[in-house]
Design a protein around this ligand. Sequence first.
Ligand code: PXG
Length: 288
Amino acid sequence: MQIYLDGQFVDSAEAKVSVFDHGLLYGDGVFEGIRLYDGNVFRLVEHLERLEYSAKAILLTLPLTRQELIDATCETCRRNKLRDGYIRLVVTRGVGDLGLAPWLCAKPTLFIIAGTIQLYPPEHYEKGLRIVTVPTRRIGPAALPPAIKSLNYLNNILGKIEARQAGALEGIMLNEQGYIAECTADNLFIAHRGVLHTPAGSQGALLGITRDTVFALAAELDLPVRETNLTRYDVWCADECFLTGSGAEVIPVVALDGREIGSGQPGPVTQRIRAAFRQRVTTDGVRL
Ligand code: PXG
């Protein structure tokens, strides 16, 4: 496998970063997780836009322009003869010394891996996920804006471990106020009486690219979307629930905390959104 690393393509065995890289020492950096569908880098420009905002928010100057990032991403896929897969684009603060000071890091480290990712098993798209609420709360916007897709994922990883300990593949994370923020690696939607509802960024949700795609699809399907405060009760008593993410795509949720949602089966609104999404993945983006 060929990895893009700081302007060069190197074999994965040679693709190494320093133990003094602040991405490793402090989680000081930003990243994107992007899907490739049949030679189409899905919503690449939107992902790079989010990367630029994440970098700006942590005062990190990206080493490449938008067009250079597009070219490097596509070239990494081409060199690996990849047509379908998962792209991880990471920018760290770079190599520094053993102190927090980011200004002592001379230049950012940039690498791009074009590989694959373990997705949810296919039967869950048919039957729906049964998820739980996890005890760990999502870090609030005042502590670390969740819109920054940073290399600090420990908060979500604790949630992921707790979901697994409860026998679930995904878990809902509440914010400090007890409202739903998102899941550990997915955004959450409910459908109720013909309206879609999802937590706002200010409640602790990452502004997901898949979430944003669902906004666009819902508009085309004449389904109103509201960004609003949601509690666990709203999900328990919703008609339908589904999750969105680059890994998960659009996946139905049929139970939360042991309570069946709606009919206990994937619902018609979720299925319409999922079908519309699947149609979009090979057209909406940058072709290799
Ligand atoms: N919330 C969080 C915390 C995420 O990490 C999403 C929402 C969905 O955002 P997108 O932009 O993907 O629609 C994410 C995305 C992985 C992996 O490596 C994680 C994500 C996406 C792809 C792979 O487990 N998280």
